[in-house]
Design a binder for this molecule. Sequence first.
Ligand code: NAD
Length: 508
Amino acid sequence: MTDHTASLPGTDELRRRALDALRRVGASVPAGTGLSARSPITGETLLDLRADTADDVGRAVDEAAEAFATWRTTPPPVRGELVRVLGELLREHHGDLADLITIEAGKIRSEALGEIQEMIDICDLAVGMSRQLYGRSIASERPGHRLAETWHPLGVVGVISAFNFPAAVWSWNTAVALVCGDTVVWKPSELTPLISIAASRLLDRAIERTGAPAAVHRLLLAGRDGGEALVDDARVALLSATGSTRMGREVGPRVAARFGRSLLELGGNNASVVTPSADLEVTLPGIVFAAAGTAGQRCTTLRRLIVHRDVADEVVDRVAAAYARLNVGDPFDEKTLVGPLVNERAATAMATALDRAAADGGTIVAGGNRLGSGGGVFVEPALVRMPGQTAVVREETFAPILWVLTYDTFDEAVALHNDVPQGLSSSIFTRDQQEAERFLAADGSDCGIANVNIGTSGAEIGGAFGGEKETGGGRESGSDAWKAYMRRATNTINYSDRVALAQNVSFL
Ligand code: NAD
């Protein structure tokens, strides 16, 4: 791996770039204390910001609840116009938002641009959805009766998001919630306040341009305490929370205790099965992008490689050779493929996991070292052969570690694959149609996402996104995921001139 950490932009330069991007978007930063914007490139603080208090959370929900009263009866295609204008503004400021993501989350330029493209895509999808919020017509057992389902807005949607998709996750929720007639209160990650301010400002501008009620969206800049206040507010009808399984384990029961709805998008421990028939020209780029891309900080990052014993040595050698060519360093540099980890805690988690793996008999085949001497956390993605699926392999370590396990029979591969608590994304590399179909079948992969001949990361917004087991069971984005943001009413309409009771009950 090539260490490119010698020439990194300094904190002053990053601060200037961030302020320039914010100015172009038309956003200003609330000066004060309680929260800091920092960059993982240098590990240093860029700006201090005023954190919102519990009172601010209450006020934001008050305002969003009031706006809901008019927004819910605004015709859905008119609501879609707001999201269409947001999409236009995102296109206009594509580069500015990507700059902020690179500065605050450390994503390489191409992936930061990709995240904003995903936001534009979901806006386009949601505009179409605004004319497609359809119910069903159902056959009634009674003459002269009609049975129907209608979908109505739900209320205030609270969105809590993670640092690693600091803007896209907000847009998945917000674009869909807004066309569904909900209003949104957003508590982004405390690690990425600047991109949140910029994205929120663009929505404010779209609101001003379309004349939508100002409080259809409210931004809260706060840490975990702000998130907790949102979780416990009974006026928040749906709490959509993206982050670690630890967070979901706290949030889920608290929302359930007040009979609120939650949509949980939590940690993954994603695997690819590589079979003897796999085309390695397709498999290798798929593995390397999924495992080392975003410095291993995607929920869908490939963390486990389950390789048939006959091809394991060749696959490991070729992945190690590809890893040797990865440039690690400045995420603004076009040659860089691996940017920084988000903070020291992530580096410690990675080092601890590698130590535990060594104690379990694992062997580091490539990478695993810390690079650079500055405050930013740069690491070489690690490739580790393991003798079995030990406890450390079954946990999500949010850093670039790819555990390699071997298998002999297809059933063994599927059993290994499913034997983790998480259930987000999965894939199989094979030319054997029977193996591909078995992997996708009911007794194959138990994940919310199951792919063939591509990696585990990089989902398109047209499909529903989310996972099972400790990943939380939520679904966002495309397909019919919009239904989570609405309430369903079943209607029975009697257009006859007689009374007919269901199940032939007679009364009076
Ligand atoms: P995190 O759990 O530390 O924080 C996520 C958000 O939750 C932050 O906004 C944080 O302030 C808030 N939060 C934390 N504890 C809370 C509590 N008790 N009550 C209310 N809010 C609380 O996660 P992170 O480090 O920012 O992100 C990485 C994690 O997110 C990984 O586990 C990753 O797999 C997961 N993730 C999942 C998806 C998905 O769609 N499944 C997408 C992105 C990230």
